[in-house]
Design a protein around this ligand. Structure first.
Ligand code: NAD
Length: 351
C-alpha cells in the first residue's frame, strides 16, 4: 500500500561518534512505499546502532515508535517528533513489527519476558513479527522464537495467526548503520523473512537467509570470530612491516591488491593515519568497542564448547581482547590492538 506522509526526521549525518545525539536536525521527508504488513514499526534499543537504524526506517516512511531505558535518548527522539513509549509492552501494543537492538542476551530476554516486556500481555500479541538484531547466543534466539510461536496475533495481519520471531543480527559498523549499508543474517521462518525484506533493505544493503531459528545468531558469531582474528593478523603484519622498514600505508596498498587483503586491511585499517574516517584515525573512538568483541568471542567459545570441538584461535583472540579490556580499552574500538600489543606507530595521513 502506498502511503504518502511528511514526517519529522532525525539527521544523524553530523553525529559525533562519542555522543550520537549531539547534533540531530529536523528535516521534512517525502513519500515512501511501505507494505501494510510492516506499516507500524516499534524499535527498542537506540544506542550507537539502533538510533541510526531507526532513523533510516523513519526516512524510508515507516511509522516508528521507540523505547530505550536511556531517558536522554528518549527525550532526543521525542523532540524530533518521533513517538516514544514508556515500556516495551507499549511499543508492542502500537506495532505490527518490533525490532530490538540491545547489548546482550540478558537484555533481550528482559525486554521480551521481563515486567512490561513485549510478551507482558500473555499469549495475545499485537505484532505479527518480532525481529531481534542484537548479537546474542543462538540458544536464546531459539528459545525466544519457540515462546513467540506459542502466542496468537491479536489483530490478524495478512495470513499470520501466530506471531513469528526472526533472529537478524547485522554485520557492519556504526558507519554502515548510519549509511543504511548493513548486512542482515536472518534465522527463522523463510516466509516471514521474505515478507520482512523491505524492512531489512531500508536499513541495509543485503539480507541473507541462513535457515532455522538461531542460525542468524550463529552466522553472526562466526563472522565476528573471523573479524577478530583477521584484525589481529593484519595488525601484526602491519606492525612487523613498520619494524622492517615498510610503512603501514605502503604495506596496506600491497595487501589490498594481494592475497592478504581483507576487511581489516581495506575498510577498517587499524593504523592511525592510513585511512580516513575509521576509528584508528580518531584515537579508536566511536567504533566497535573491545568489550562487544569480547562478548562475541565468548559467545563463539561457548558455542564451540557445546559442539565439542577445539578452536585454538578463538581462545587466543579471546585472551587478547580480554587483556585490552582489562587495561582500560573496553570502550575503544577493537582495532586498538594494533597500538596495544604491537606498539605499532601512527603514520601521517596519505591524502
Ligand atoms: P549500545 O550499547 O550503543 O546500545 C544499546 C542500547 O540498548 C542503549 O541505548 C541502551 O540504553 C539500550 N538498552 C539496554 N537495555 C535496555 C532495555 N532493557 N530496554 C531498552 N533499551 C535498553 O550498543 P550498540 O553498539 O548499538 O550494539 C547493539 C547490538 O548490536 C549489540 O548486540 C552489538 O553486539 C551489535 N552490533 C554492534 C555493532 C557496532 O559497531 N556497535 C556492529 C554490529 C552489531
Amino acid at each position: 500500500m502506498a502511503i504518502c506522509r511528511f514526517r519529522a526526521l532525525i539527521s544523524l549525518s553530523k553525529c559525533k561518534f562519542s555522543s550520537p545525539f549531539q547534533s540531530f536536525r529536523i528535516r521534512r521527508f517525502s513519500s515512501s512505499q511501505v507494505p501494510s504488513l510492516l506499516e507500524n514499526v516499534g524499535f527498542i534499543g537506540l544506542g550507537n546502532m539502533g538510533s541510526r537504524m531507526a532513523n533510516n526506517l523513519i526516512k524510508a516512511g515507516y511509522r516508528v515508535s521507540v523505547y530505550d531505558v536511556n531517558s536522554d535518548v528518549m527525550r532526543m527522539f521525542s523532540q524530533m517528533g518521533v513517538t516514544t513509549k514508556k515500556t516495551p509492552y507499549e511499543v508492542a501494543e502500537a506495532s505490527d513489527v518490533v525490532i530490538t537492538m540491545l547489548p546482550s542476551s540478558a537484555h533481550v530476554i528482559d525486554v521480551y519476558t521481563g515486567p512490561n516486556g513485549l510478551l507482558h500481555g500473555g499469549k495475545l500479541l499485537r505484532p505479527w513479527l518480532l525481529i531481534d538484531s542484537s548479537t546474542i547466543d543462538p540458544q536464546t534466539s531459539i528459545n525466544l522464537s519457540a515462546t513467540v510461536a506459542n502466542c496468537i496475533v491479536k489483530e490478524k495481519k495478512g495470513d499470520w495467526e501466530n506471531p513469528v520471531k526472526l533472529d537478524a543480527p547485522v554485520s557492519g559498523s556504526v558507519i554502515a548503520a548510519e549509511a543504511g549499508t548493513l548486512t542482515f543474517m536472518v534465522g527463522g521462518s523463510e516466509e516471514a523473512f521474505l515478507s520482512a525484506k523491505p524492512l531489512f533493505l531500508s536499513m541495509g544493503k543485503s539480507a541473507i537467509y541462513c535457515g532455522r531459528a538461531g542460525s542468524g545468531s550463529a552466522a553472526k558469531i562466526c563472522n565476528n570470530l573471523a573479524m577478530a582474528v583477521s584484525m589481529l593478523g593484519v595488525s601484526e603484519a602491519l606492525a612487523l612491516g613498520q619494524s622492517l622498514g615498510v610503512s603501514a600505508s605502503t604495506l596496506t596498498k600491497i595487501l589490498n591488491c594481494s592475497s592478504g587483503r581483507c576487511w581489516s586491511s581495506d575498510t577498517y585499517n587499524p593504523v592511525p593515519g592510513v585511512m580516513e574516517g575509521v576509528p584508528s584515525s580518531r584515537d579508536y573512538c566511536g567504533g566497535f568497542a573491545s568489550k562487544l568483541m569480547i562478548k562475541d568471542l565468548n559467545l563463539a567459545a561457548e558455542s564451540a564448547k557445546e559442539v565439542g570441538c577445539k578452536y585454538p584461535l578463538t581462545s587466543q583472540a579471546q585472551e587478547m581482547y580480554t587483556e585490552l579490556c582489562r587495561v582500560g580499552h573496553e570502550t575503544k574500538d577493537f582495532s586498538c590492538a594494533f597500538r596495544h600489543f604491537y606498539a605499532g606507530k601512527d603514520e601521517p595521513l596519505d591524502k
